[in-house]
Design a protein around this ligand. Structure first.
Ligand code: GTP
Ligand code: MG
Length: 370
């Protein structure tokens, strides 16, 4: 816009509005807190506080949303389904994920398999499935609240020796709100006190009716511990994937979502991201939330360095200038200058909306300070 109110400028500079007004008066500008002041005045005040003001690119160019997202059908290629596992505490989510991963470890990888990222890919019948380990219930809610839809299929794990518990219900609600297919994995069937029918009965109260009872929800009986029924579960995932025909265009600039990020002592800011569209390549300039960067290195879930990563690939990247947040959209731009400008613009916008959320200062408030 090129202008800003005195109040907003004061907040941006972390100064009292009254102090800024006094400075303006000193500069010969008579201003009130809600008055818009121009770029020159902003520059003068800011430099007086030792702050450099940069002129930003226009607002229209900054939003990811404006980038058109149309792909001709012929450009779309099948991609692996992204699967999230949810369920009540201790019902066996981690054990199930571990079992699935071990079932699918091929010889060469056996030694080197370490879970670098909270997401991994398995391959069955030459078809890949991406599992997201991270989205616990809070992360899932947060991501959904921020408009990030990362999962295609939700597996709800429920222990056959227990029953539907609060977090099971929460998981069902999350999956339903996200509108993704649900597969119920009835776990711990090896236990003598397991009662699969009781679980199915309870599930019908949440409109999850097993196919054999006339419904359309897939139930799979498994024992994560004894590794029973895992192949069947994987086959069901692939079946649901086939029916839904998940596709993406790998031949364009990458778009991804940040799953988690942290500051690593050696590597600096690292982000685990899930590529959703396009292909991410080493050297690509990107914006992640309010941060920007250039992909320095990419590592997959097997700890292997990659030169590029296509749709549904979970990877860990370095080359960020700051640490983004879980759920942040990630997008590649033509060059680093553009990425930087957009990241800057987004930070300013965020700060502005944070200011807006703060208490509005009125003139009366202001005069009571003078
Ligand atoms: P949180 O991460 O705490 O929510 O739990 P979780 O759902 O990941 O459960 P986890 O995999 O940690 O399993 C909880 C306990 O159940 C562990 O002691 C597992 O060994 C046990 N367990 C998991 N699956 C099975 C199973 O199929 N059979 C039996 N008998 N025990 C199981
Ligand atoms: Mg766990």
């Amino acid at each position: 816009r090129g202008t800003m109110t005195v109040g907003d400028l004061a907040k941006l500079l972390h100064k009292d509005a009254s102090e800024v007004i006094k400075k303006l008066i000193f500069l010969g500008v008579m201003a009130t807190i809600n008055q818009e002041i121009d770029m020159d005045a902003i520059h003068l005040i800011a430099s007086d506080y030792g702050v450099e003001v940069e002129v930003k690119i226009p607002v229209e160019e900054d939003s990811f949303e404006t980038v058109e997202e149309t792909d001709e059908d012929e450009n779309l290629v099948a991609r692996p389904p992204v699967v999230t596992i949810m369920g009540h505490v201790d019902h066996g989510k981690t054990t199930l994920l571990d079992a699935i991963r071990k079932t699918n470890v091929t010889g060469g990888e056996a030694g080197g398999i370490t879970q670098h990222i909270g997401a991994y890919q398995v391959e069955i019948n030459h078809k890949k499935i991406t599992f997201l380990d991270t989205p616990g219930h809070e992360a899932f809610t947060l991501m959904r609240a921020r408009g990030a839809q990362v999962t295609d299929i939700t597996i709800i794990v429920v222990a056959a020796d227990d029953g539907i518990m609060p977090q099971t219900v929460e998981a069902i609600n999350h999956a339903k709100a996200a509108g993704v297919p649900i597969i119920v994995a009835v776990n711990k069937i090896d236990k003598p006190e397991a009662n699969v029918d009781k679980i199915k009965q309870e599930m019908t109260e949440y409109e999850l009716v097993p196919e054999e009872w006339g419904g359309d929800t897939i139930f799979v009986e498994v024992s994560a511990k004894q590794r029973i029924g895992l192949e069947g579960l994987l086959e069901m995932i692939l079946l649901v994937a086939e029916v839904n025909d998940y596709k993406a265009n790998p031949n364009k600039r990458a778009r991804a979502t940040v799953i988690e990020a942290e500051l690593d002592k050696g590597k600096g800011p690292v982000a685990r991201i899930l590529v959703q569209h396009g292909t991410l390549k080493i050297g690509d300039a990107f914006v992640a939330g309010n941060c920007f960067g250039r992909v320095r290195a990419m590592v997959n879930d097997k700890g292997r360095r990659l030169k590029e990563a296509g749709p549904s690939t979970p990877i860990e990247i370095t080359g960020l200038t700051e640490v983004p947040q879980a759920g942040d959209p990630f997008m590649v731009f033509e060059d680093e200058r553009k990425a930087r400008a957009i990241a800057d613009r987004r930070s300013i916008k965020q700060r502005q909306s944070e200011m807006g959320a703060n208490t509005r200062v009125t003139l009366d408030d202001l005069y009571s300070h003078i």
